[in-house]
Design a protein around this ligand. Structure first.
Ligand code: ADP
Ligand code: ADP
Ligand code: MG
Length: 450
């Protein structure tokens, strides 16, 4: 039942496209990359065997242009499409279109993507598996009036979330009744702009929690394993900024519960491929499932560093129908790893301002224990059409102190000119004693740096 792909189309841009192309090359698989008119010179167009322009800079004309992408895939007779991270990576309609075109979509089945893409459905499934979820959440509303009726039950503070959201977009915390109507309207607008669908989910806001997530691998024969956890509490606008593997402030007992629940959830829904189960964990040791990402994640790199396992190759092998070659007993964690997201943005009076233009210097760090993932090079343009991620730097070490010191010297070495970045901010966080001691929650950035 297993097959070998000869050629894969990578339906993405930036570091995630480069990551997938690299895995394919090492596996002897030919690659087709796609690009928009503004990305003509990016690395992902050069590393692929063939590169094809699929439209204008606007995502909906290019990286979200299913018709053009499938036309290229068909013309070049590819066996499979890898959706990368973002864009079509959690899109059941696109996965279905691939299936209908007789092309493998590298991800789980479209029906499972659809089920888990909606945070409310995902929570129902988690509840069925006996995983703790955040209370009084079982409603998805589209008007403030529907919303008002149930609000008293939840109480403040509460959080509004785009039911089909991602990347931290369409999320707002509401602290009291006065803010309610205004926050609701802003949140609905952002949700419609980002995801098209306007439904919101309401939950109790869990203050003082850490974001801890579990990486899973599942083949098509019911074998499910986990590759440990990642702590991603350093966030800005509910999107991760610094990630660590593994979280070193939770007990082994709690850790094992998170792992077991993640594996059980995958078994329960028949999940295949790579995925991440996300939780909020409180001081008192309570934990709650928040969502599942049915795709590769930005921070998979640090799990690769501490396990030595190539997650993307495994994803492709699973899609080819190969049984997992790893068992849980084969997974060992070595040392500590940390990733920083270098973004094209700067901070002005507590506001985050996106920057764009042409890169004039782009010197990346190197040396022992340092990994760089990027698709940019000197003289490339940076536009505001896409995610602001310029590059990811991941550092490993024997322990957190060594990994953090390595990251600090890497950020010092890194030189980017022409585009303003969040480098100074990242270094300030890394030098903060609370960060080093693990003494922080998802509110850390907003309370101390925003
Ligand atoms: P991760 O969950 O891998 O840590 P992010 O949440 O930062 O990463 O998302 C990575 C990229 O994917 C961002 O550009 C983000 O906007 C995009 N993205 C994430 N989830 C979705 C989604 N459900 N729909 C569309 N884009 C998404
Ligand atoms: P996305 O799909 O955008 O990643 P998530 O549901 O994963 O959305 O939430 C993103 C982040 O928002 C979380 O990591 C956490 O910091 C915050 N968050 C989400 N839900 C809650 C909640 N109920 N209470 C407190 N913080 C939350
Ligand atoms: Mg999330």
């Amino acid at each position: 039942m297993s097959k070998k792909y000869k050629r894969i189309l990578v339906a993405n841009r930036g570091d995630s496209a480069v990551r997938v192309i690299r895995a394919c090359k090492e596996m002897g698989i030919e690659t087709i990359s796609i690009y928009s008119t503004s990305d003509r010179d990016l690395l992902h167009t050069r590393l692929a065997d063939i590169s094809v322009c699929v439209g204008n800079a606007k995502s909906k004309d290019s990286y979200l242009n299913a018709y053009n992408i499938l036309a290229v895939a068909t013309k070049y007779n590819v066996d499979a499409i890898h959706p990368g991270i973002g864009f079509f990576s959690e899109n059941p309609e696109f996965a279905r279109l691939c299936e209908q075109s007789n092309i493998d979509y590298i991800g789980t089945d479209s029906s499972i993507i659809e089920l888990m893409a909606n945070k409310m459905n995902a929570k129902k499934v988690a509840r069925e598996c006996g995983i703790p979820i955040i209370d009084e959440c079982n409603m998805e509303v589209s008007t403030i009036d529907e919303y008002y009726e149930n609000i008293q039950k939840i109480g403040f503070p509460l959080i509004l979330k785009a039911a089909n959201g991602g990347g931290g977009k369409g999320i707002r915390v509401v602290y009291n009744e006065d803010e309610l109507r205004h926050s609701f309207e802003l949140c609905i607008k952002e949700t419609e702009r980002s995801f098209g669908k306007g439904n919101l989910l309401i939950e109790k806001y869990i203050a003082s929690a850490k974001h801890v997530e579990v990486q899973v691998l599942a083949d098509k024969y019911g074998n499910v394993i986990h590759l440990g956890d990642r702590e991603c509490s350093i966030q800005r606008n509910n999107q991760k900024l610094i990630e660590e593997a593994r979280c070193n402030t939770i007990s082994n007992e709690l850790r094992n519960k998170l792992y077991q629940d993640a594996v059980n959830l995958c078994r329960y829904i028949g999940y295949t491929g790579v995925g991440t189960v996300e939780y909020l964990v409180t001081d008192s040791g309570s934990y709650y499932f928040i969502e599942m990402n049915t795709r590769l994640q930005v921070e998979h790199t640090i799990t690769e560093l501490i396990t030595g396992i190539d997650i993307v190759k495994n994803q492709i092998m699973i899609s080819q129908g190969e049984p997992l070659q790893l068992q849980q007993e084969d997974i060992h964690f070595r040392g500590y790893a940390i990733q920083c997201r270098i973004l094209a943005e700067y901070y002005n009076n507590g506001n985050i301002v996106p920057d764009y233009g042409k890169i004039f210097i782009f010197n990346m760090p190197g040396g022992f224990g340092v990994r760089v993932d990027t698709s940019y090079e000197v003289f490339n343009p940076v536009t505001t059409y896409y995610d602001s991620l310029l590059c990811k730097i991941s550092c490993s070490g024997q322990n957190k102190v060594e990994a953090v010191n390595r990251m600090l010297r890497s950020l010092e070495e890194m030189q980017i000119d022409g585009i303003k970045t969040n480098k100074d901010l990242l270094m300030n966080i890394l030098r903060d004693s609370r960060f080093l001691n693990g003494n922080y929650t998802t509110e850390f950035f907003e309370k101390n740096f925003a």
